[in-house]
Design a protein around this ligand. Structure first.
Ligand code: FRU
Length: 524
């Protein structure tokens, strides 16, 4: 049966066969979430790019649909892009009888041997697309791609962000009719340049908590490949202001969206209901995505994420707002609670829980570091997820200290692929910016502290760790999304996750609560 291979994630989207990369065309229309994606329908490596298509009503259960957009000529590719709803038929593509929220317009890059140009296709039924023939944006360029379009209330027109990939620039265009576009501004040479900019996304995110609770602010995300500090592909972002023409970051800080290696081509959904921001990313890395040991498919999309912005103590190094990143409501797919213990204050015991189910689990714990504890290199709260053979494992945890960091360790998770690929780095880590605990302290916008990493050794410190493990991928969320890490791993010998060991390290930590849930497969 499709979707039954041991390496096949059970709650993450993947195509039945062949190679997938970036999410494309994310749009909510008439009660349906659309996910288009870069797809090679003929091989299990990149090339011959089409837009594959799937739909969902809850962002977890996906129904596969026919290919939505295909190239006309051999050797050409339909590259990444996005989609919007043209409610007011500004394009003139729709009949007045088409319900307003079903007027989907997709923007994509046509890749040929000599150019990358931007094109439009539209759909009234959410399944079949009609191409509008001429390119709508071109500039005699081969490195110019990945349109992201949004309706801008500030200037009452459509805005398109595009990557001038090897000029390290995002160029913004404006249009009133989706066909005639002119350049209005640029955002260029910011942050880590890497080799090329890809998949820009400018979108609004609600602030959560603090003085601006509920207010929408702008985030610009740029995918960069190669050039990640830990190798290959990664996503950086800026929080800032969009005035209708220019994006201005609020500080010099460069932030990465995910601390591990497998989170790329991030994209947000347009037309999300309510003042909410939802997004997804391709959970792999161009350093090895075309050779990973999965067949007959390659690559998955990340869990759908709900994004908010949260205030942290302002410092010159970091600025004050951080993108918070948590999985969309997992209760939509949870089946059995395998273990649950709340408020076990003082428990210094390790805990082992059998993972009975289809290989997809949600593991959540809160660790407490009591005040005035002397921290060692082994003051680590961790989850080690073992394969059925009891030998192979993938591990994630929190190393306490100043600073405290989270890590993912896939060094013991199957050696046959890892040994053959020098870029399949086995350990990644990210700093926990602020030791968020259960106080309101994180909203204090007081004088600048001397350090971004506050010395809290004189008070009890709580850190929560969540790992969603799904056959061959682990996604880690610290402090309810303050920090996220996504990593694929490949157990040898058809093994799947079977047991988790929750550890309090050198016994200086306490396990305050622990909950382990089995997640239902989203595939029939
Ligand atoms: C990013 C990317 C895009 C491009 C697409 C081609 O992963 O390189 O820039 O449009 O993939 O598949």
């Amino acid at each position: 049966a499709p979707y039954s291979e041991p390496v096949r994630p059970q709650i993450h989207f993947s195509p039945t066969v062949n190679f997938m990369n970036d999410p494309n065309g994310l749009v909510y229309s008439n009660g349906t979430w659309h996910l288009f994606y870069q797809y090679n329908p003929t091989q299990n490596v990149a090339g011959n790019q089409h837009w594959g298509h799937a739909i969902s009503t809850d962002l977890y259960h996906w129904e596969n649909l026919p290919i939505a957009i295909a190239p006309e000529k051999e050797g050409e590719g339909i590259f990444s892009g996005n989609a919007v709803i043209d409610f007011e038929n500004t394009s003139g593509f729709f009949n007045e009888s088409t319900p307003k929220d079903q007027r989907i317009v997709a923007f994509y890059t046509l890749n040929t041997a000599t150019s990358q140009t931007q094109h439009v296709a539209y759909s009234s039924d959410g399944v079949t697309f009609t191409k509008y023939a001429p390119a709508v944006v071109e500039r005699n360029q081969t490195q110019f791609r990945d349109p992201k379009v949004f309706w801008d209330d500030k200037s009452s027109r459509w805005i398109m962000a595009l990557a001038l990939s090897q000029e390290f620039g995002i160029v913004f265009y404006a249009s009133s009719n989706m066909k005639d576009w002119s350049e209005v501004s640029r955002f260029q040479s910011y942050g880590i340049l890497g080799y090329q900019y890809e998949c820009p996304d400018l979108f609004q995110v609600p602030v959560e908590g603090g003085p601006d609770d509920g207010k929408m602010m702008y985030v610009l995300a740029i995918s960069i490949n190669p050039g990640a500090p830990i190798g290959g592909s990664f996503v950086q972002y800026w929080v800032g202001d969009w005035d209708g023409t220019n994006f201005t970051p609020r500080d010099q800080a460069v932030r990465t969206m995910d601390f591990s290696k497998d989170f790329y081509a991030f994209s947000s959904w347009s037309n999300s209901p309510g003042n909410k921001a939802y997004a997804i990313a391709w959970a792999n890395n161009w350093e090895y995505s075309q050779v990973v040991p999965t067949s007959p498919f390659r690559s998955i999309q990340s869990l759908p994420r709900e994004l908010t912005l949260k205030y942290y103590r302002p410092t010159p190094q970091f600025g004050d707002l951080i993108l918070n990143n948590r999985p969309v409501n997992l209760s939509a797919i949870s089946s059995k609670t395998l273990y649950s213990k709340k408020s076990a204050q003082g428990s210094k015991n390790n805990q082992t829980v059998a993972l009975n189910g289809k290989g997809a689990f949600d593991i959540q714990a809160t660790f407490k570091l009591p005040a005035n504890t002397n921290i060692t290199y082994n003051t680590i709260g961790s989850f080690e997820i073992f394969a059925g053979d009891g030998k192979q494992s993938v591990k994630t945890g929190i190393q306490m200290g100043e600073p405290t960091f989270a890590f993912i360790d896939r060094r013991k998770a199957g050696s046959s692929f890892a040994d053959s690929n020098p870029f399949f780095t086995d350990k990644t880590s990210g700093i926990i910016r602020y030791q968020a605990n259960y106080t309101e302290d994180q909203y204090v916008l007081g004088p600048l502290p001397t350090s971004a990493y506050l010395d809290q050794s004189k008070q009890d410190r709580y850190i929560s760790l969540q790992a969603v493990v799904d056959r061959s991928v682990i996604e880690v969320f610290v402090n309810d999304g303050e920090l996220a890490g996504t990593s694929v791993f490949y157990f040898d010998n058809d093994q799947i996750p079977a047991k988790v060991q929750v550890s309090v390290g050198d016994n200086k930590l306490e396990l305050v609560d622990l909950e382990v849930k089995a997640l239902q497969s989203i595939w029939k």
